[in-house]
Design a protein around this ligand. Structure first.
Ligand code: ADP
Ligand code: MG
Length: 232
């Protein structure tokens, strides 16, 4: 699946770029701090001009880096429009179909409605769902069952993504949404943060529960009425 590869590659690239950014920030920052400390201690220095030149240079490097990072991470668009929710979920599951098959995961779909028009930005919302389903898949390396449910309630649509994987230890539930927090060797720890950010834009609620008898259940509640959207 070419599109899946492109998506996966994109997410991997994002993670790698950010860790590179952090690494890049650390160097000019420690050199700035070191120079400033030395100047403070010595009071008078022989090659003051050289020190100042390096300080300005490092500060400018930092400024540029931070500018690039903000361009990179700040979401540029949020264009919600009327969208059929079951079709959108189908699209996400289609993108990850090969991953599911390769991991011997049985997919169980339980849509209580054939059609449900919601107001969302399809790209951003798909991005969120992809991260949630990817996490579910990664939690079941030995296979298992992925259950995806959609049901409408009074004023919101609920989407549930449940797996039978290794689950999240109680002590970690609070930590798992933090940027860069990962328990995986090849994780970036950014998936849930990106998902949360995208869901927040939609005014959607997002909760993580343990699944029974094992695994994780993620519930997303998306407001059905346009005026209830929190994000702008
Ligand atoms: P990453 O997947 O790169 O580790 P995420 O932000 O997507 O980063 O997830 C952070 C952490 O949350 C994961 O490393 C994992 O420990 C935990 N996690 C998220 N979803 C699940 C899940 N469905 N089952 C078990 N653990 C999960
Ligand atoms: Mg992830």
């Amino acid at each position: 699946n070419k599109r899946l590869l492109v998506e996966a590659e994109r997410f991997r690239a994002i993670g790698q770029t950010i860790s590179r950014f952090l690494h890049e920030i650390r160097n000019p920052l420690s050199s700035l701090a070191g120079l400033a400390r030395r100047l403070k201690e010595k009071g008078r220095v022989e090659n003051l001009d050289h020190y100042l030149e390096v300080i300005v240079h490092e500060a400018e490097r930092l400024e540029l880096l931070l500018k690039d990072i903000s361009h990179f991470v700040v979401p540029t668009t949020f264009k919600p429009r009327s969208t059929d929710l079951p079709s959108l979920v189908e699209e996400v599951l289609g993108l990850l179909g090969r991953e599911l098959a390769e991991a011997n995961i049985v997919l169980k779909k339980d849509y209580q409605v054939d059609n449900l028009t919601v107001f969302l930005d399809p790209d951003r919302f798909k991005e969120a769902l992809i991260h949630l389903v990817m996490n579910a898949i990664e939690a079941m390396p030995e296979g298992g069952q992925l259950t995806v449910r959609i049901w409408p309630e009074d004023n919101h649509a609920t989407i549930e993504v449940a797996d039978t994987g290794w689950g999240i230890p109680k002590a970690l539930v609070k930590k798992v949404g933090e940027p860069f927090f990962t328990t995986k060797t090849h994780g970036t720890g950014l998936g849930l943060s990106i998902a949360k950010r995208a869901l927040e834009l939609h005014g959607a609620r997002f909760c993580i529960y343990p699944n029974t008898p094992a695994g994780t259940r993620v519930i997303v509640q998306l407001p059905l009425k346009e005026e209830e959207h929190g994000g702008a």
